[in-house]
Ligand binder design. Structure first.
Ligand code: 6R9
Length: 655
C-alpha cells in the first residue's frame, strides 16, 4: 500500500432533493422506503435476495441454498438453474415486449439499427448456433474483440446462451494485450470485426487479432468469427477465419438456452491490478443476473417507457452490466452508440439524445469535464428536454462537474445518480436511489439495499465521522467476483487480506479510500494502491512499467499518476536508460509508442522524464510518493531519511 493515510479536503454542503414528481412515480419513493429496504436486507440478507430472485428472474429450477459462504469464496443460489440470455430475451417474447425495441444502435458514420426483442432473440440464437458449429461447447471460453456494434451484444448473449464464458477485450487494447488475455483465458474462439469506426478513422481489429494469434502464439484459438463492419480489406485464413454474415444465413434461429447452474461462470473480464499481470475477474450466472437487474431497476428507476443510454464501451464492466445484461433482463430499451465526441462532431452525444429522446443518460466524469471545456453552446443548441435522470461512473466526480451536469445537461430537473462500483463488484454498490436519496455533489451517497459498506483503518476498525480510511464491504453480495481466473490465491491476497478478518468476519477490500460524513454519506477519494485512473480506466503502474522496461533502451521505469484536468489522472513515467542510449525527444516518443503497442492507446504516458537514478529506500523499493510530488510539481512531502542516495532527488528535480 503506497498511501497509508488519506486526507480529505472536500467539504461540499449543498443538498439536492429529488423532484417531487420524480419521487411519486419512482420505484423507490422516499428515504423511509429506502431505509425500510436497507434494514430488511441488513437483518437477513439471504431472505432479502431470495425474495427478489424469486420475484424478478426466471429459474428453470429453484436453488437449494441461498448462500454458501466459505470466506473468501461465495456461492449464491446453490443448485438453482437459469440462463441469463433467457432472462434477457426469451421471457420477454411471451409479453407485449416481444416487439419493443431492445437495442437501439447508432453508428459513428450515422447509420443506425433498431432490434426488437424478437429480432435480437433471433440473431442471438443464430450466433449461438454458429459458435456451436465452430466446436465451442459449454464451459469453453470465447474471446470477443469488437467495435460498438449490435453484434458485440449479440455475441455476449450467444455465449451466455450456450454456457460458453466470454471474455471481452476492449477494442482499444493492442494485439499484445489481446494475446495475453486470450492466453490467460485459453480461449477457443475469437469473435471480432474487420474493423470499427472511431474518431473518423477505422480501427483494424481483425489485423490485431491476426497479430495476436500469429505463429501459434495463442495455441488454444481454433477459429475466428469475423463481423463485417467497415468493409476494409482483411486477411481471411482458410479453415480458421469465418465471416459472420456468410454463416448467419445458414444458421438456424432455433437454439434453446442451456440450463446453467447459478454458479456456472458467465464471463471473465480482465482488469488492472498492482502487478504487471491483469487479473481475470470471474463472474457467475445467477447472482450477477439478479444484482445487475435490481440495481438498474432501483438506482436508475428504469421504466418500460424509457430510452436508456449508457455511453460506456462493452469492453468494460459498465458495458457488460449496464448496456447488455441489466437493461435487457429488465426488458428495457438500451441504446448503444459507436461514436465518441470528436473534433469533427463535438455535439454528437446531444444529437443522439435529441434524435432518440433519451430519458436516462449514463456517462463518466472525464466526458463531462471534456464537455464543459467545449462550451455550453453545444448542448444548449440541442433539445435535451427528454432527459429525466443522469448517471455518472468511473471516478470521483468533482462538484463543479456535477453542478454543470445538473444544470446544463439536466436543466436542473434530473436527479444525478453517482454510482460507485468496480469490475469486481459486478454492479452498483454505493448509489442514490433517485426518487428517495437527497444528493450531494461529489458523493455516491449510500449503499444499495443489501450492501453493508464501511470505512475502516488497516486493523479493520471503523474510523470516525469524516475521517479518511479504506472502503470495505462486510457481507457477501450476489454479484461479487468469485475469484481471479486460475488464481484463487491472488483473489484472497488482493481483496481479503489487507484488512485482517475480525472474529472470523471477512471484509472485502475495494482498494479505494473514502470517508463517511455526519449523514452517513460516502465520499470516495480514489485508489489507495498502485492503480491509476486515466479517463475512468484503471491502469496498474506496474503494467506500464513492465511495458517500458520491455524496450531495449530502458533500464528501469517508475510510473505515477499526475492530476489532469480532463482525464482525472495522466501517466507520468520516470525512466533510466541502458548505458548505450542517450536521452532525446525522439526516444521519448518512441517509448510512448512502445507502450501503446504493448498495452493500447489508453496507456500512452503523458510525460516521460529521463533520470540518472530513481529514488529508492535502502531495501531497494522505489519511493513513489516522491515521484508523485515531482510529477505534479509539488514540494516533496515526507521524510527522505530512508533514502539510499539523497542526491538522486536533486537531480530528478532538475529534470
Ligand atoms: C465501474 C468501474 C473501478 C474503480 C473504483 C474507483 C473508481 C468508479 C466511481 C469511482 C468514485 C465513483 N470509481 N466509480 N470512484 N466515484 N462513482 O468504473 O469499474 O473500471 O473496475 O473501476 O473506479 O476507484 O475502484 P472499474
Amino acid at each position: 500500500m503506497s498511501q497509508p493515510t488519506i486526507e480529505s479536503v472536500l467539504q461540499e454542503k449543498r443538498l439536492f432533493h429529488p423532484p417531487e414528481a420524480f419521487s411519486q412515480s419512482a420505484h423507490i419513493k422516499s428515504m423511509a422506503d429506502y431505509q425500510a429496504l436497507y434494514d430488511k436486507a441488513a437483518a437477513d440478507p439471504q431472505a432479502f435476495w431470495a425474495e427478489l430472485a424469486e420475484q424478478e428472474l426466471h429459474w428453470f429450477k429453484k436453488w437449494d441454498q441461498v448462500l454458501d459462504w466459505q470466506p473468501p469464496f461465495a456461492k449464491w443460489f446453490v443448485g438453482g438453474k437459469l440462463n441469463i440470455s433467457y432472462n434477457c430475451l426469451d421471457r420477454h417474447l411471451t409479453t407485449w415486449r416481444r416487439n419493443k425495441a431492445a437495442l437501439i444502435w447508432e453508428g459513428e458514420p450515422g447509420d443506425s439499427r433498431t432490434l426488437t426483442y424478437a429480432q435480437l432473440h433471433r440473431e442471438v440464437c443464430q450466433m449461438a448456433n454458429v459458435i456451436k458449429s465452430l466446436g465451442v461447447k459449454k464451459g469453453d471460453r470465447v474471446g470477443l474483440y469488437m467495435p460498438m456494434v449490435p453484434e458485440a451484444a449479440i455475441a455476449m448473449l450467444a455465449c451466455a446462451r450456450i454456457g460458453a464464458p466470454h471474455t471481452v477485450v476492449f477494442g482499444g487494447f493492442s494485439a499484445e494485450a489481446l494475446k495475453d488475455r486470450l492466453n490467460d483465458a485459453t480461449a477457443k474462439l475469437v469473435i471480432t470485426a474487420d474493423g470499427g469506426f472511431r474518431k473518423d478513422k477505422t480501427i483494424p481489429l481483425k489485423a490485431a487479432v491476426d497479430a495476436a494469434i500469429a505463429n501459434n502464439s495463442v495455441p488454444s484459438v481454433e477459429n475466428v468469427l469475423v463481423v463485417q463492419r467497415t468493409q476494409q480489406t482483411v486477411h481471411m485464413e482458410p479453415g480458421r477465419d469465418h465471416w459472420w454474415h456468410e454463416r448467419q444465413v445458414e444458421a438456424s434461429a432455433d437454439c434453446p438456452a442451456e440450463e446453467m447452474d447459478a454458479e456456472d461462470m458467465l464471463f471473465i473480464l480482465y482488469t488492472s491490478g498492482t502487478t504487471g499481470k491483469p487479473k481475470g475477474v470471474v463472474h457467475t450466472t445467477g447472482g450477477y443476473n439478479l444484482y445487475t437487474h435490481m440495481t438498474l431497476k432501483w438506482a436508475f428507476d428504469i421504466k418500460d417507457t424509457d430510452v436508456y443510454w449508457c455511453t460506456a464501451d462493452v469492453g468494460w464492466i459498465t458495458g457488460h452490466s449496464y448496456i447488455v445484461y441489466g437493461p435487457l433482463s429488465n426488458g428495457a430499451t438500451s441504446l448503444m452508440y459507436e461514436g465518441v465526441p470528436r473534433p469533427s462532431n463535438p455535439g454528437c452525444f446531444w444529437d443522439v439524445v435529441e434524435k432518440y429522446g433519451v430519458n436516462i443518460f449514463y456517462t463518466a466524469p472525464t466526458a463531462i469535464r471534456a464537455f464543459i471545456k467545449m462550451g455550453d453552446d453545444i448542448p444548449k443548441a440541442r433539445d435535451l428536454s427528454s432527459l429525466r435522470l443522469l448517471g455518472t461512473v468511473g471516478e470521483p466526480i468533482n462538484p463543479e462537474a456535477w453542478m454543470w451536469y445538473h444544470s446544463v445537461i439536466g436543466g436542473g430537473k434530473c436527479p444525478i445518480v453517482d454510482t460507485w462500483w468496480q469490475t469486481e463488484t459486478g454492479g452498483f454498490m454505493l448509489t442514490p436511489l433517485p426518487g428517495a436519496t437527497p444528493t450531494k455533489p461529489g458523493s455516491a451517497t449510500k449503499p444499495f439495499p443489501g450492501i453493508l459498506a464501511d470505512v475502516v483503518d488497516l486493523e479493520g476498525n471503523p474510523v470516525g465521522t469524516n475521517e479518511g480510511g479504506y472502503l470495505v464491504i462486510q457481507h457477501p453480495w450476489p454479484s461479487m467476483m468469485r475469484t481471479v481466473y486460475g488464481d484463487d490465491d491472488r483473489f484472497r491476497r488482493t481483496y481479503w487480506e489487507h484488512i485482517p478478518p475480525k472474529d472470523g468476519q471477512y471484509v472485502y477490500f475495494a482498494g479505494d479510500g473514502a470517508r463517511k460524513d455526519e449523514d452517513g454519506y460516502f465520499w470516495v477519494m480514489g485508489r489507495v494502491d498502485d492503480v491509476i485512473n486515466v479517463s475512468g480506466h484503471r491502469l496498474g503502474t506496474m503494467e506500464v512499467e513492465s511495458a517500458l522496461v520491455s524496450h531495449p533502451a530502458v533500464a528501469e521505469a517508475a510510473v505515477v499518476g499526475r492530476k489532469d484536468e480532463i482525464k482525472g489522472e495522466d501517466i507520468f513515467a520516470f525512466v533510466t536508460l541502458e548505458g548505450t542510449y542517450n536521452p532525446s525527444d525522439e526516444l521519448k516518443n518512441e517509448l510512448k509508442q512502445h507502450v501503446v503497442a504493448e498495452i493500447g492507446a489508453i496507456a500512452r504516458p503523458g510525460e516521460i522524464r529521463f533520470a540518472d537514478a530513481l529514488p529508492k529506500t535502502r531495501s531497494g523499493k522505489i519511493i513513489r510518493r516522491f515521484l508523485r510530488n515531482l510529477a505534479s510539481g509539488e514540494d516533496l512531502v515526507g521524510d527522505a531519511s530512508t533514502m539510499e542516495d539523497q542526491s538522486v532527488l536533486d537531480k530528478l528535480r532538475e529534470g
